[in-house]
Design a protein around this ligand. Structure first.
Ligand code: HEC
Ligand code: HEC
Ligand code: HEC
Ligand code: HEC
Length: 203
């Protein structure tokens, strides 16, 4: 009697393990409809590993922080909160008259305004399209949102300037060390006057 119940318990256990195994293999593979190279709709079997997306916005690794010198602020303007901490933020697009008159936006200005890059509430931070706030020492990420090709080149030292050991720590210049963020296009240089002819200069 005792051995019989032992055997039946074992049988139930084995059966359970078997069912478990079947379920597991089923949940691992899935039939997926997708388009093949010629654009035909096909049904393919995919394993769980294949179903796992290789890239996902949520598991994106944080952007690397690059060592840079101090951002090229004008004397005494930073922190911005020394004034803006006490001012009511004004999101209105307008010609600035009280301060910053020297800033004239000439950088896809038809489509945007100061607060696309500067955070309205905390003026000491820059703002990405995603809403993430970043420090001025990371402004390359702001530029990289729209100039992805230049940002890639900059990271590997093809665009811009990178100094340091070839296999040691490297320092990068920020995009804004060379480009004015408000008016980034380089102006064509005014040609120098022609040299004075020596015979004209001698009398
Ligand atoms: C394309 C993004 C962008 C836009 C648009 C933009 N800024 Fe800036 N601004 C920057 C970045 C980046 C810096 C940081 C430069 C640095 O690191 O020194 C900066 C710097 C500044 C500074 C400090 C300047 C200095 O002399 O040191 C002021 C003030 C400022 N912005 C105001 C404005 C105002 C006002 C507007 C709208 C008329 C505006 N910004 C529009 C990106 C932008
Ligand atoms: C000495 C005081 C002072 C400092 C420092 C200052 N600002 Fe301003 N800022 C002003 C004033 C005043 C205005 C309003 C100008 C107007 O309405 O004509 C203004 C307006 C702005 C605006 C337009 C939006 C708004 O809220 O009016 C932006 C953007 C801005 N400042 C960014 C900056 C940034 C970025 C810095 C630091 C890098 C900075 N400011 C530092 C005084 C200052
Ligand atoms: C929201 C998108 C956007 C962001 C952010 C942005 N730019 Fe631009 N940028 C543009 C567009 C669009 C143009 C071309 C139109 C124009 O020049 O007004 C441009 C033009 C330029 C040019 C001139 C290219 C030429 O033809 O000579 C430079 C340089 C530049 N940007 C640098 C920067 C830097 C540096 C930053 C960061 C402070 C930055 N951009 C941030 C969209 C962006
Ligand atoms: C050491 C100075 C320097 C730095 C740093 C720098 N640039 Fe430039 N950039 C230049 C010069 C010089 C040119 C013009 C010559 C050329 O086209 O290569 C230029 C050209 C550009 C242009 C226009 C190119 C075109 O196709 O007409 C863009 C956009 C630009 N830079 C974006 C950036 C961005 C974004 C960064 C930061 C990630 C950056 N730059 C960093 C010096 C610099």
């Amino acid at each position: 009697m005792k051995t019989l119940s032992f055997v039946s318990t074992m049988l139930v256990l084995v059966a359970l393990v078997f069912v478990q195994f079947l379920l597991a293999t089923q949940s691992r593979a899935e039939r997926i409809k997708e388009f093949d190279r010629s654009g035909k709709l096909i049904v393919v079997e995919k394993t769980a590993a294949e179903l796992q997306p290789a890239y996902n916005i949520k598991n994106k690794s944080p952007e690397k922080v690059f060592p840079v010198p101090r951002p090229p602020f004008s004397e005494g303007i930073f922190p911005c909160s020394q004034c803006h901490g006490y001012m009511k933020p004004n999101p209105q697009r307008r010609i600035l008259k009280d301060y910053h008159e020297d800033i004239v936006l000439h950088h896809a200005e038809g489509q945007r305004w100061c607060t696309d890059c500067h955070n309205l509430l905390n003026r000491d931070k820059l703002r990405l399209v995603s809403g993430e706030l970043i420090d001025f020492s990371e402004s390359y990420r702001l530029c990289g949102q729209c100039h992805g090709d230049k940002f890639r080149d900059w990271k590997v030292g093809v665009h811009g300037k990178r100094t340091g050991n070839w296999n040691g720590d490297k320092q990068y210049l920020l995009c804004v060390h060379c480009h004015n963020p408000h008016d980034p296009k380089f102006k064509p240089l005014k040609p120098m006057p022609p040299p004075v002819r020596p015979d004209a200069a001698s009398h």
